[in-house]
Design a protein around this ligand. Structure first.
Ligand code: GDG
Length: 749
C-alpha cells in the first residue's frame, strides 16, 4: 500500500538527508536464553518516530542501551533497522556506565524530568550529574556531526539533549537544527529553580526551530527565554532573538500512526490475543477498564487505583461486574522514586483486591510482563473504558493509541485534563486525577453512557486522530523547517570579505552607522552596565576625525544616555530609535514625537502609581518613548502589568504600545524606525542625492536594525552582528562585538 503521507514528507525533505537524534533507540539488542533478541523499548518518542523514519529513510542517532547492541552493530555503531525489513540506519552512541548514571538516571531524570512536570518534590540537582549531562550531550553531538552530510536537517529530541544543538552549531555553524521537546515546559517560577537554566536555554536557542506539544508550553518557554540575558522575545511572531540568532518556537502536537494501529487491531494476531486474555484473566463477560503506562509518577497510577476504590465503595453494583487491567512497563528502576512507585502500585493492588475481591472476582489485574503491539492493541480493543490520569504529561500517546485501536467504537476514553492530549480530544470524559470522588463518578458515567453516545464520541475521536496522525505532525514540522530554510539569506562573513568591502568603498565619502548595545558593546544583564571599550572608542574617534567620514550611533536608548555613554563630540547621535537626532551644532526631533512627549510623561506617572506594589517593574521615561521593564517581575503579575500598560496607553491616543526586550514600549503613533533615521542622517550629511555618491556601512544586532538593513539600498554594506544562520536582510555577518571591533579597525586603517 502506498502511504501518501510518507510521499508528502519525502517531497518536503526535497532530497535533504534527515538525521534524528534522541536518547532512546527504537530497537535494542539484548542477550536472552534464546540468543540475541530485538526489543522495542516502551517509549512514546520511539513509538512516534519509528514509522516516520521507516517511511522516509535517514539516520537515527541514539544511545546504544542494549547489552548486545554493539555486537550487532558495525565498528562505527551502525545497524540497519527494522531488523526484519531494513529501512533506515541506526547509529548507536556508546555511553560509559558512570555517564549513564549521571546523565540519564541523574540530570535528565532526576532534575529535568520532574522539574518540567512540576513534580518539584522529586527534583535533585547534583553537580556530578550535570557534568555527565554535559559530557553525554557532547558525545551525541560528535556522533551526529560524523553522520551529517550537506544540506542535512538535524532533528534533536527531548530533554536529554538540550545542550546538543549548541555543540552541533559550534561544529557546523550553518547546519539546520531543530529540537522537539516531548514533555511540558514549566512556568518561569518553576524553571527559575534550575541552577543550569542559562546553559540549557543557551543550548536550545542554538536551534533554528524548537517544537513543543502545546501552545502553553510555547508560552512558558518564551516567558523563560525572556528572562535570559541576550534574548529578545517577539511573542507575536513566536521568535527568540538570542545574541543575533533567531529561534522560532512553535507547537506541534505529536500523534500516532493511526492507520498502522488500526491494522494491528484488526489483525488475526490481535484477535488471538483477545481470546487468550479473556481466557487467562477469567474476564467472563465483565466490564473491562484498562490503563497502559510506563511506570512513572507523572502518570497518576495510584490516583487511578484510588478512584477505582472510591467507585467500588460508592457504586457497589460494579463489584464483580468491573475488572480493571493495569498494564505497566517498568521504567527508570535505578531511581528510588520509581522503585517506590512500583512498590506502591503493587501494594495498593494487593490491598484493594484483598478488601473488595471475592472468590470469583479480582478487581485489579496488574500485568507487568512485556507484551507485543498486538497484545496492547488487544487490550485497547477489549476495553469498555481506557483511563489516562496523568498529573502532568506532554501529550500522552496511550490516549491516541486507544482511539486508533477502537475499531468496534464501543470504548470510552477517560482522560486527565492535565495531559497535553486533553485539548485535542474533547470527546473524552475529562477528569482531574486529584479529585478522587469526581474521578470515580466520571468513570461510572463513562461505563453508563448510552451505546449511541459512546459510538458518537468514539467516531469523533477516531476521525480526529486519523486526520491528525504522526505523518501530519511530521509534515507540519518539516513544512515549517522548509519555510525557514527558504527564507535564509546567504550572508558573508564580514572579516573574510573585508578586502572586497574596502575596495568597494574606497574613494568615496563614508557614512558609518552603528547600533550600540550588542554591536559596539556586549549585551549585559542590566543596560546601565554597558560600557564602551577604550579601543573601540579610539577607533571611532579616528574614523570620525577624517574629513570625508561621518560616524553616527543610532540607539534605542535616550539621546542623553547614548551621547553620554559614547562620549565622542564629533559623532552624530540618534536616540529613541532615531526619533531624536543630535548633530554637533543642532538638535532635531520628529515633530509628531515631540507632540507626544507630554503624554509619555503623564502615562509614566500614572503607571508608576498604579504598579508601585508590583515587584520588579521599572518605568523608564526616555522622553519621547518609555520602557516598562518586567525582567524581574514574577510571571503571576505580568498580566496585571500588561493590562495596566494597555489601559493607560489607551487614555493617550497619541501613543501606541509595542513589545520590546523584556519590556513594554510606549511609542508615539508614528511610522518611524531606524531605517528612516538612517536616511534622515544621510540626507542631512550628504544632501538628498547621497545614494550613488556615498559608501554606507551599517552595523547592528537587533531586530530593530533589520528596518535599517531593508531601508539602505544596494550597494550599502549592511552587517548583522550575530549567528551566520540568522534570518536577516543584511549582506554580511560579524560573529560578535570583537569581530565588529576588528572590522572597524580595518576601516580605520
Ligand atoms: C513522552 C512524553 C509524549 C506503555 N506501556 C507499555 C508500552 N507503552 C508504550 C505506549 C506508548 C508509550 O509507551 C508511552 O507513551 P506516552 O506518550 O504515554 O508517554 P512517555 O513515554 O512518557 O512519552 C509524552 C511522548 O513522549 C511522545 O511525545 O506523549 O507526554 O512524556 O506508546 O504504548 N508498550 C509496551 N508495553 C507496555 O507495557 N509494549
Amino acid at each position: 500500500m502506498i502511504n501518501t503521507r510518507a510521499t508528502d514528507i519525502r517531497a518536503l525533505l526535497d532530497g535533504r538527508p534527515l538525521v534524528v537524534v534522541s536518547n532512546r533507540e527504537p530497537y535494542e539488542h539484548r542477550h536472552s536464553s534464546r540468543g540475541i533478541m530485538v526489543h522495542r523499548p516502551a517509549s512514546g518518542l520511539a513509538a512516534a518516530l519509528d514509522p516516520v523514519l521507516q517511511a522516509v529513510g535517514g539516520t537515527w542517532v541514539a544511545w546504544g542501551s542494549g547489552d548486545a547492541d554493539f555486537e550487532i552493530a558495525d565498528h562505527a555503531g551502525h545497524v540497519q533497522v527494522p531488523p526484519q525489513a531494513p529501512a533506515y540506519a541506526l547509529r548507536r552512541v556508546r555511553l560509559p556506565d558512570a555517564e549513564i548514571r549521571g546523565y540519564y538516571y541523574g540530570y535528565a531524570n532526576q532534575a529535568l524530568w520532574p522539574l518540567c512536570h512540576m513534580a518539584t518534590q522529586h527534583v535533585r540537582f547534583v553537580p556530578s550529574h550535570w557534568e555527565a549531562y554535559v559530557a553525554a550531550n557532547r558525545r551525541f553531538a560528535d556522533a551526529t556531526l560524523a553522520e551529517v552530510s550537506a544540506g542535512a536537517i538535524v532533528w534533536v529530541h527531548d530533554y536529554h539533549l538540550a545542550l546538543c544543538p549548541r555543540y552541533l552549531r559550534q561544529g557546523k555553524p550553518d547546519l539546520f537544527v531543530m529540537s522537539f521537546w516531548h514533555i511540558p515546559w514549566p512556568e518561569w517560577e518553576v524553571w527559575q529553580v534550575c541552577p543550569q537554566r542559562g546553559e540549557l536555554l543557551d543550548g536550545l536557542l542554538a536551534n533554528d526551530l524548537v517544537g513543543f506539544q502545546h501552545s502553553l508550553d510555547v508560552q512558558h518557554f518564551l516567558e523563560c527565554a525572556e528572562r535570559e540575558p541576550g534574548a529578545q522575545v517577539d511573542r507575536e511572531e513566536s521568535i527568540v532573538d538570542y545574541n543575533g540568532h533567531l529561534t522560532h518556537v512553535q507547537a506541534f502536537p505529536i500523534s500516532v500512526d493511526a492507520a498502522a494501529l488500526e491494522r494491528t487491531a484488526r489483525s488475526p494476531a490481535c484477535e488471538r490475543w483477545i481470546a487468550r486474555l479473556h481466557d487467562q484473566l477469567a474476564l467472563d463477560g465483565r466490564l473491562i477498564a484498562v490503563g497502559v503506562d510506563r511506570l512513572d509518577y507523572t502518570k497518576g497510577i495510584p490516583e487511578r487505583l484510588h478512584a477505582l476504590e472510591v467507585l467500588f465503595q460508592s457504586a457497589p453494583e460494579y463489584r464483580e461486574r468491573l475488572v480493571f487491567i493495569q498494564k505497566t512497563a517498568p521504567s527508570r528502576t535505578e531511581i528510588k522514586s520509581y522503585r517506590d512507585l512500583q512498590q506502591r502500585v503493587e501494594e495498593e493492588t494487593v490491598r484493594i483486591n484483598a478488601a473488595y475481591g471475592t472468590s470469583r472476582w479480582r478487581p485489579i489485574i496488574h500485568l507487568q510482563q512485556a507484551m507485543p503491539q498486538e497484545g496492547l492493541a488487544a487490550l485497547y480493543r477489549m476495553a469498555d473504558v481506557c483511563i489516562v490520569s496523568s498529573l502532568a504529561d506532554g501529550m500522552n500517546l496511550v490516549a491516541k493509541e486507544f482511539v486508533a485501536c477502537q475499531v468496534d467504537q464501543q470504548g470510552v476514553l477517560v482522560l486527565s485534563e492535565l495531559a497535553g492530549a486533553a485539548d485535542e480530544l474533547p470527546w473524552a470524559i475529562s477528569i482531574n486525577p486529584h479529585d478522587a470522588k469526581g474521578f470515580a463518578a466520571r468513570i461510572q458515567r463513562a461505563l453508563e453512557l448510552e451505546p449511541e453516545d459512546r459510538r458518537d464520541r468514539m467516531k469523533h475521536l477516531r476521525t480526529y486522530v486519523a486526520d491528525h496522525d504522526i505523518f501530519r505532525w511530521m509534515t507540519e514540522h518539516l513544512r515549517y523547517a522548509r519555510h525557514l530554510l527558504a527564507s535564509r539569506v546567504t550572508t558573508h562573513a564580514v572579516l573574510e570579505s573585508a578586502a572586497q568591502i574596502r575596495s568597494r568603498i574606497r574613494g568615496r565619502p563614508l557614512a558609518l552607522l552603528l547600533d550600540f548595545d550588542g554591536t559596539l558593546t556586549p549585551i549585559v544583564s542590566s543596560p546601565d552596565r554597558a560600557i564602551l571599550s577604550g579601543g573601540v572608542r579610539e577607533t571611532l574617534s579616528k574614523l570620525a576625525g577624517r574629513p570625508d567620514t561621518v560616524v553616527a550611533v543610532i540607539s534605542g536608548r535616550s539621546l542623553e544616555d547614548i551621547r553620554h555613554r559614547v562620549g565622542l563630540p564629533k559623532l552624530i547621535y540618534a536616540g529613541n530609535h532615531g526619533l531624536e537626532i543630535a548633530w554637533q551644532d543642532s538638535l532635531w526631533t520628529l515633530p509628531e514625537a515631540e507632540a507626544a512627549r507630554g503624554d509619555v510623561a503623564e502615562v509614566c506617572r500614572r503607571l508608576r502609581v498604579r504598579l508601585r506594589r508590583v515587584a520588579g517593574v521599572i518605568v523608564e521615561d526616555k522622553g519621547l518613548t518609555a520602557s516598562i521593564h518586567f525582567r524581574r517581575t514574577p510571571s503571576s503579575r505580568l498580566e496585571e502589568v500588561r493590562v495596566a500598560v494597555l489601559e493607560e496607553a489607551e487614555r493617550a491616543p497619541q501613543l501606541v504600545v509595542r513589545g520590546g526586550k523584556q519590556a513594554w514600549e510606549l511609542w508615539p503613533n508614528v511610522a518611524w524606525n531606524k531605517g528612516a533615521a538612517a536616511q534622515t542622517i544621510l540626507g542631512r550629511a550628504f544632501g538628498s542625492e547621497w545614494a550613488p555618491r556615498v559608501a554606507v556601512v551599517y552595523l547592528g544586532d537587533d531586530r530593530t536594525d533589520e528596518d535599517a538593513f531593508m531601508a539602505l539600498p544596494d550597494p550599502a554594506v549592511t552587517v548583522k552582528v550575530g549567528s551566520p544562520t540568522s534570518l536577516t536582510a543584511a549582506r554580511y555577518v560579524a560573529a560578535d562585538v570583537d569581530e565588529v571591533a576588528q572590522f572597524l579597525e580595518l576601516l580605520a586603517a
